[in-house]
Design a protein around this ligand. Structure first.
Ligand SMILES: Nc1ncnc2c1ncn2[C@@H]1O[C@H](COP(=O)(O)OP(=O)(O)OP(=O)(O)O)[C@@H](O)[C@H]1O
Length: 308
């Protein structure tokens, strides 16, 4: 398998009239990994993904997918990529599982349809026309259609939006399995836990650009400070505690006996606080480290809540 990235986007610009949906975006997606694209409403996620899928023509920039040009080589790419659109993109009269079998037959090495149907809980809707399926069933069918051809690269646009917890978990399991089979997965999501649970890399978009990119751990480590809290007797000598801690660390007594230390909270800082407590005869009745979540990082970078 090639070591080239699965997707390489440079300087992508897409305008709709006077609206610039994507504004000079750069993004590299490694192969055989799950990359989550996060961003507030209107950030340009769908436009970016649809450009990669060959459905949207860029106004400027280059979009290489599996080493080919996403627009010029769209025909050659189609059998190699799987696409799950937000709006299904399925003929409404088609019968669910028949359609899946039909799509499977178009591919040289499809997944086993019966297994896929069972895993995604579609067993009961074999002959049901697409338009009569529930929203969640339509969504799961769209996912099945995207992956049944065993593509090298899969784009999933909000794959679990509106799914119940069980269907959500089945979707996550399937994504993990695709990844372990060497498939590259690019997904957009509004669910931070989904990005945290599933992705190797996260790209945070805002106003048509990628404003942060890294593993969830890298993103949570950078920028945002972490917090250590402990409770002990009231009115401890915080000036003395601060002397023991690195410059830039802050400490406060929020309510009598409830202390908060903020800064670069690493194992060394934890050890220093514990040792200071020991020297001052303090046995904290609680001590906890609060790591910043992706949600905190997202809010800090974009100033917006992730969810619509
Ligand atoms: N076909 C179109 N015609 C006109 N404007 C469009 C079109 N498609 C997208 N836009 C605009 O481009 C911007 C980016 O839209 P896009 O759907 O790519 O964002 P998104 O990050 O996927 O948003 P959401 O999270 O709400 O799905 C938005 O302001 C949107 O209104």
């Amino acid at each position: 398998m090639s070591n080239d990235p699965a997707v390489e986007i440079r300087g992508l610009v897409k305008r709709y009239g006077t609206k610039t949906a994507v504004d000079g975006l750069d993004l590299t997606v490694p192969r055989a990994r799950v990359t989550a694209v996060l961003g507030p409403n209107g950030a340009g996620k769908t436009t970016t993904v649809e450009t990669c899928e060959g459905y949207v023509r860029p106004d400027a920039g280059t979009v290489r997918v599996l080493g080919l040009d996403a627009a010029a080589d769209a025909e050659a790419l189609r059998p190699r990529i799987g696409v799950m659109l937000q709006s299904g993109g399925v003929y409404s009269g088609a019968r669910a599982v028949e359609m899946l079998r039909h799509v499977a037959r178009l591919h040289a090495h499809p997944l086993d349809v019966d297994t896929l149907v069972e895993r995604l809980g579609l067993g009961g809707c074999g002959r049901t026309p697409y338009r009569r399926l529930s929203g969640g069933q339509q969504q799961r069918l769209a996912l099945a259609l995207a992956v049944v051809g065993r593509p090298e690269l899969v784009f999933l646009d909000e794959p679990t939006a509106g799914l119940d917890p069980q269907a959500r978990r089945a979707t996550w399991d399937l994504v993990r399995e695709l990844r372990s089979d060497g498939v590259t997965v690019v997904l957009t999501t509004h669910h931070m836990d989904e990005a945290e649970q599933l992705s190797d890399e996260v790209a945070i978009m805002d106003a048509g650009r990628v404003i942060a990119h890294g593993s969830p751990e890298e993103l949570c480590r950078g920028g945002a400070e972490n917090t250590l809290r402990f409770t002990g007797r009231p009115s401890l000598d915080l000036a003395s505690l601060l002397k023991a801690l690195p410059d830039g660390t802050q400490a406060a007594e929020l309510t009598p006996g409830a202390y908060r230390v903020t800064g670069e909270v690493d194992p060394q800082l934890l050890a220093t606080v514990a040792s200071w407590c020991a020297q001052h005869g303090v046995l904290p009745s609680s001590l906890s480290v609060e790591r910043h979540t992706l949600e905190d990082v997202f809010l800090e970078l974009t100033g917006k809540e992730l969810r619509a």
